[in-house]
Design a binder for this molecule. Structure first.
Ligand code: PMP
Length: 360
């Protein structure tokens, strides 16, 4: 029986990619070794590492002015590595708060320099991202940080804020490569791979090359962007298997038509679920405000917490898993990353309609 995986991350991966990894598992490209047994200094791994960076930039149409680094420590380490490398003690960084992950990023930055909250929607329970007229930047911020998709609340930016020339930085952990992206607007983008582009264990840092030099001298070697840039992310042992799988996922995205195809597909998928939310005669209520709705993590409520519990339990029995909302928000959350297909969304929408009929 098909299991539909709506987990927020680690999350669904393309079956074709998993099958390919399975086929290559015991003998990678005729070496007689598994990639899991292969040295990170081998020509095979160097090719994977180079391919992953090249595919990453090619999907975004970027050239030599950007690099992609592969780092461990999760997106959480980037909350700290970013200010450690880029925020001088006397500098100010602007943070736009749209949820718990941007708060955590802000908290780390405060350990290194001054932080200004340029906007926050906390008072409204983070049910939307700020409007352009609510964003107040400081005079000369070193950078402006935002979280492109708020995994917990199910909100997403659909238009980037203007920053008057200040460098824009984003945590794109939960929507990287889910839609076309004008990456040239950003000085640095980071994110964990474990939602849209791979397994847990590797984080990408896409940055302008001039952002990768000149870390303060007291930054530890392994936490300096410059180290990763100078060594092609091979200063120390990288997460070989995670980068290998990420490279296969990027190949899958390119073969599926790239980011515009992903964007169209994800819009259609999200519409299937939001139609079930909005067309349920008021049985379901969307958690996010409509203009800020995410196409990756779709959050909604039922008439009571008891019904939400029953919904998740019955969905799980019907092999639709990972639907419980985050503990801080409750309700239901369906994560529809790239590898989820429309059929899975139709199965969930059908279940929603049927559940509302039976329990309305
Ligand atoms: N940022 C966002 C938007 C996330 O969704 C998450 C994890 N769910 C994180 C950061 C933290 O990532 P990690 O667990 O890789 O540190």
């Amino acid at each position: 029986m098909t299991v539909y995986n709506f987990n927020p991350g680690p999350a669904i991966l393309p079956t074709e990619v998993l099958r390919r990894a399975q086929e290559e598992m015991l003998d990678y490209h005729g070496t007689g070794l598994s990639i899991l047994e292969t040295s990170h200094r081998s020509t095979e791994y160097e090719a994977i590492n180079a391919s992953a960076e090249a595919r990453f930039k090619s999907l975004l149409g970027l050239g030599d002015e950007y690099r992609v680094l592969f780092v461990q420590g999760g997106a959480s380490l980037q909350f700290a590595m970013l200010p450690m490398n880029r925020l001088p003690r006397d500098g100010v960084a602007d943070y736009i708060l749209t949820g718990a992950w941007s708060e955590k990023a802000r908290d780390e930055a405060m350990k290194f320099g001054r932080v200004q909250i340029a906007a926050t929607t906390e008072a409204e329970g983070y049910r939307r991202v700020p409007r352009a007229d609510e964003i107040k930047l400081s005079d000369a911020p070193v950078y402006v940080h935002l979280t492109s998709n708020n995994t917990i609340y199910g909100t997403q930016w659909h238009e980037w804020p203007e920053t008057d020339g200040a460098p824009l930085v984003a945590d794109m952990s939960s929507d990287i490569f889910s839609r076309p992206l004008d990456a040239g607007r950003f000085s640095l983008i980071y994110g964990g791979a474990q939602k849209n582009i791979g397994p847990a264990g590797v984080v990408f840092v896409l940055a302008r090359t001039d952002w990768l030099a000149g870390a303060p001298a007291n930054v530890p070697t392994v936490l300096s962007y410059q180290t990763y840039a100078q060594t092609n992310s091979l200063y120390n042992t990288p997460p070989v298997f995670a980068v290998y799988l990420l490279d296969l996922v990027l190949e899958w995205i390119a073969n599926a038509g790239g980011l515009s195809a992903m964007g169209r597909r994800n819009e259609e998928k999200a519409a299937i679920i939001y139609d079930a939310v909005d067309g349920g005669g008021g049985y379901y209520t969307g958690h996010a405000e409509p203009a800020s709705r995410s196409r990756m993590n779709l959050t909604f409520r039922l008439p009571s917490p008891e019904l939400e519990k029953r919904f998740v339990a019955e969905a799980t029995a019907a092999k639709m898993i990972g639907l419980a909302g985050h503990r801080s928000v409750g309700g239901v959350r369906a994560s529809l990353y790239n590898a989820m297909d429309a059929e899975g969304c139709r199965a969930l929408a059908g279940f929603m309609n049927e559940f509302a009929r039976r329990n309305g």
